[in-house]
Design a protein around this ligand. Structure first.
Ligand code: ADP
Ligand code: MG
Length: 297
């Protein structure tokens, strides 16, 4: 590519809200055969809401108390799920100080959190976290499956080593996601989704946006391995993500694309930055990259 065509291409991209960090990124993106997208915060809005609260049969304290204990345990967590639970527990009053203080807080990335609240041990997280703790899901398992099939992320809560309940958390897809993925496929690119979320939840969201290849229940440190898996046979892979846990995958991909409203680490690691959260920036940038390459031949 000539410096002039790269300059022209980068300038056009900037007008569309796409920043290329280098000429190599502008050339590389159009050559990607696979575009892998992170789910939470990339395909979806990343502003989850608690939509269901299920109290386990034997736990008599009720759904208000379940939410308050869970929110207290999540107070120090930076996960988007934690903020959703906090908003649900506080409702209108919205006063964080009205929650009991938590001690011994610990985050287990990719699994959940644990903390002590009002002298009780509270553990919050995915089914695999409950499995790690040796807790059987019992009747909640079928309810969690039903929620997951509707695209909800199931969040289990254990109090003093007993399963107390289950929250369903919804994270709507972004307005441009369906269109973006259809356009990418029309450009001859395979689209895959990588997420730490439950398989059934991931598949429901993937079906909603038209993605058939899903790598789910990927631990934070496994996202770059997932990209490597997609690179099998020398295929060029672009990865699109927004979170701290996406940084290794952004670095591993042939081209890393960050959502500009995402976390600093993701933006700093990426080769391409989408200034708006709209995923349609990716097919637009690919079209531009290809046009730039054609111009120089
Ligand atoms: P992703 O952002 O792709 O969902 P994460 O690795 O951040 O991936 O989380 C994977 C899963 O672990 C989440 O979907 C959730 O089920 C569980 N989890 C992680 N952190 C928390 C938390 N603070 N509270 C509840 N669940 C959590
Ligand atoms: Mg994300």
């Amino acid at each position: 590519a000539t410096p002039v065509s790269i300059m022209v291409g980068s300038g056009r991209a900037a007008q569309m809200g796409v920043l290329f960090r280098s000429g190599a990124a502008l050339e590389g993106l159009g050559a990607a055969q696979v575009v892998a997208v992170d789910k939470t915060g990339t395909v979806t809005q990343g502003r989850p809401e608690v939509t269901e609260v299920v109290v386990n049969g034997g736990w008599l304290k009720g759904d208000g108390e379940l939410l308050r204990l869970t929110a207290a345990a999540e107070a120090s967590s930076e996960h988007p799920l934690a903020r959703a639970i906090e908003r649900a527990a506080l409702g209108e009053e919205n006063d964080v100080n009205s929650l009991s203080p938590a001690t011994d807080f610990q985050a287990i990335p990719g699994y959940g959190v644990q903390a002590t609240v009002d002298g009780q041990r509270v553990e919050v997280g995915a089914a695999r976290y409950m499995a790690k703790l040796g807790l059987a899901l019992g009747a909640l398992e079928a309810q969690a499956d039903a929620l997951a099939k509707r695209g909800r992320t199931p969040v289990f809560v254990a109090v003093d080593g007993e399963l107390a309940g289950l929250l369903g958390v919804a994270d709507p897809v972004r307005a441009g996601s369906v269109d973006a993925i259809r356009t990418l496929q029309g450009q001859g690119t395979e689209v895959a989704m990588i997420t730490g979320d439950t398989r059934a939840t991931a598949q429901a969201v993937a079906a909603e946006v038209g993605v058939s290849r899903v790598l789910a229940e990927v631990l934070p440190e496994g996202k770059s391995d997932a990209v490597q898996e997609l690179q099998a046979g020398g295929r060029k892979v672009a990865f699109v993500g927004d979170g701290i846990n996406d940084a290794p995958a952004l670095a591993r991909a042939d081209v890393g694309v960050a959502i500009g409203t995402g976390t600093d680490v993701a933006v700093e690691t990426a080769d391409v930055i989408l200034m708006s959260g709209d995923l349609r920036g990716v097919p637009n940038a690919i079209a531009l990259s290809r046009a730039t390459l054609r111009n120089i031949r």
